[in-house]
Design a protein around this ligand. Sequence first.
Ligand code: 5BU
Length: 465
Amino acid sequence: METGKRTLILDLHRIGALKFGEFKLKSGATSPFYIDLRSIISYPEIIKNIVELLKDAVKDMQFDILTGIPYTALPLAAQVSVELDTPLVYQRKEVKAYGTGKLIEGHFKEGQTCLIIDDLITTGESKFEAAEGMEQAGLKVKDFVCLIDRSYNGERILATKGYKLSSIITVEDMIEVLGAENKLDAALAQKVREFIGQPVEKPLLNFEQRLEATKAPMTRNLMEAILRKKSNLVLSLDVEDTKTFFEILEATGPEIFMVKTHVDILKDYNGSFVPRLRALAEKHDFIIFEDRKFADIGSTVRKQFKSGVYKIADWADYVTVHMIAGEAILDGLFGDLEAPRSGFLLARMSAKGNLISETYTRQVLEVGKRRKECVSGYIGHGANVDDIKRFRNKIPQDQLLLMPGVNLDTKGDGLGQQYLTVENAIEGGADAIIVGRGVIASDNPGAEAKRYREAAWNAFQKMNK
Ligand code: 5BU
């Protein structure tokens, strides 16, 4: 190992930026080590060394400008910028409510490539949000350089979006250097190794174990239906007349565990619709889910849900909810109902160019985790299996992920829809797939629903062996 790295490890240990022992993490887990690099700015000698190491790490990378993720990495990036004569920009942690409202400070041109420097990588999640801010401003992001890699699989996680991670020191380097200097005993070193050899997020449990651990009755209800019906197919029945609606539903009913409606698409909706829908739901044992995508203030959505022509709250067990108006929408919808109802929050969308960001997704999940009594899960999508896995990892195991934008035969619809295959969706961790045109545009929807159901159920069983 280079002298510079060795010196850095010893210095970080000396100033208490690197500690070993027992530390309680935000997640509740106990870690045998703790890294906090915020204090390094008070040690110019250490900064000088780090800047040399960073310069060396980036020497073969292509970039026009660079940035450091505030706060800790920003002063490091500023030094590197001066030494390499390369412009620096930085991203505000909060967008200013007044003045320019700019997210990125500094001057740059659209299309330039920006190198991102950070002090630490643990899960990689914050890196996606940093990259997204740069990309939204028109910059390109290829490389990340982190001073310390303490991640389980950070390199692979970043690669899901095509980013390359280079790090200067690893936890193994720290063990080697501190062990050789008698600053870390072998037993503790072993604990550290074991700790970083575990994924940060627990791998997805078997579906039955997850059901056992699920308390919310409305969520249990869905999980039980999936197992009872041996189906994780949700039919998205977007047709415009009730005759076709009920013909398709009669044919596909045995294959699905839930039907998803857009009731406002029907041209001839009338008072007989709900009783007929209920009768079929009973006959074929499926659940009713209205994809209403509520998005307004609490008081308005309450009326939209309970009143109007459709009185959705009377007959739909589950509905979809956008979180753009904030958490109070859940009180508006579910706070004052006669029958138990539950929501699915829109956390990611399948439409090309949709405006949902990494940060928005994270915030939706934060609300959903707090409100399990009325949030059964999320609607989400992903670019590929790894991307869906990364997303699924952030979802509690006692909530569900439903995935639309799934088709066995096509990749898109010419109107922005982006399809995944059934296998990719389930392997990524979707609990159920939502299929519309894949089934309903066929001449034989019953047979087609069977094909989707079997593909999804096979993939699901493989996942839950
Ligand atoms: P399709 O015919 O399988 O493309 O229909 C997909 C359905 O899922 C359709 O009802 C959409 O409104 C719904 N959908 C989606 O496709 N993508 C999304 O991100 C969300 C909903 Br949210």
